[in-house]
Design a protein around this ligand. Structure first.
Ligand code: SAH
Length: 360
């Protein structure tokens, strides 16, 4: 039993079953035993691998997008470049290197890393301290200084806790984590779910249908809107373009799917991103959101082919690694990164959104 499982059992024994979002928040973010609090989870020896860790072109093209966003913002002399969930800092390092091609842009940047993990923040510091750019760390958006901002986030939204509702013969009920014979087990709360919590288009469902919502989308969107300053953001993650019934909560450990309740605190727990819901949260807060496009289209649109060719010429020794990495990022198979992953741009106004690079 993991130390977090023991704490969760004690908590459930005194307070009752936990909604899935509370379970997920503790599994990932518990101050002592949360998954991200205690480890660097990336790479072959870790639990999973992400696009920036696969190929440098991913961060470099994010840099191309960020430079265009800076142009669209009217080339401000100072702009906050905010990354949510920066992992090992690889994306930001590659982005900043690509930004050297546009010195006025690079000179305008101060980098703000929104990160809850002390282990990963230390890693980011190691990787980025040589970049000669002002760096600051934040636990959430609230301490990022005011003014124009460019935001990037890869595989951040999937870590935000979700709630799950299940259709029963008696109507929608919330899924909870409780105890059965002393073991953590999924169950359903007794009380009905207030109708308003279920998106209108999903309220009709067969028994067993599952609806997932992510309340943190609203907090994030409201926090961005509350800055009352121009901003442009690019959010990339695995997920779906349109809201639908279905269950996507998943746990991954050592590159395999596992039972989310088997080893809380020692497996990554995420959910697929509902980009329609994320866009709706943005719009409800007064922001504008682009259609979601797949990662393959995003990367080609940002100049993948040209950048990969140039790199291959300058580093012929690394050609095979580069080719394999790029292929993986754009893999069009249903579970391949090129199609499973989507990208969405968010901006403080429709007008600004229209000036950002078209994502596909
Ligand atoms: N963007 C990186 C890492 C993705 S993993 C990459 O592509 O490689 C998720 C990242 O989000 C980790 O850095 C994790 O510590 C961070 N994270 C998870 N929940 C968070 C939260 N609520 N607030 C800020 N960062 C969070």
């Amino acid at each position: 039993m993991t130390p977090l499982a023991a704490e969760l059992k004690a908590l459930i024994a005194t307070e009752g079953p936990l909604p899935v979002d509370r379970f997920m928040a503790l599994a990932l973010g518990h101050p002592r035993h949360g998954y991200y609090m205690t480890r660097d989870p990336f790479g072959a020896a870790g639990d999973f691998i992400t696009a920036p860790e696969i190929c440098q072109v991913f961060g470099e093209l994010t840099g191309v997008w960020a430079a265009s966003a800076w142009e669209a913002l009217g080339r401000p002399a100072a702009v906050a470049l905010v990354e949510f969930g920066p992992g090992r800092g690889t994306l930001m390092a590659d982005l900043l290197r690509a930004a050297e091609a546009l010195p006025a842009f690079r000179a305008a940047l101060s980098v703000h890393l929104v990160e809850t993990s002390p282990v990963l923040a230390a890693r980011q510091n190691e990787v980025l301290s040589a970049a000669s750019v002002p760096l600051a760390w934040h636990r959430d958006l609230s301490t990022v200084p005011p003014g124009p901002a460019i935001l990037v986030a890869n595989e951040f939204l999937d870590a935000l806790p979700i709630r799950q509702f299940v259709m029963t013969a008696a109507g929608w009920r919330e899924r909870v984590v409780g105890l059965v014979d002393g073991a953590l087990a999924f169950g359903l709360a007794r009380d009905p779910v207030p109708q308003a919590l279920i998106p209108a288009a999903l309220r009709q469902g067969e028994p067993g249908a599952v609806v997932e919502i992510c309340p943190a989308f609203h907090h994030l969107a409201a926090g961005l809107a509350a800055r009352r300053a121009p901003l442009a953001g690019l959010f990339i993650d695995y997920g779906h373009v349109a809201s639908a019934h279905g269950e996507t909560l998943q746990a991954v450990q050592a590159h395999r799917f596992t039972d989310p309740l088997a080893a809380p605190g020692e497996a990554d727990i995420t959910a697929h991103v509902d980009f329609e819901a994320f866009a709706a949260a943005a719009v409800a807060s007064g922001l504008a959101a682009s259609p979601a496009v797949d990662q393959r289209a995003l990367l080609f649109g940002l100049g993948l082919r040209e950048r990969a060719e140039r790199l291959a010429q300058s580093r012929p020794d690394a050609f095979e690694t580069l080719r394999a990495g790029v292929e993986r990022l754009i893999d069009p198979a249903p579970a391949g990164m090129g199609s499973l992953f989507k990208a969405m741009a968010v901006a403080s106004s429709r007008d600004l959104l229209d000036r950002l690079p078209r994502l596909a």
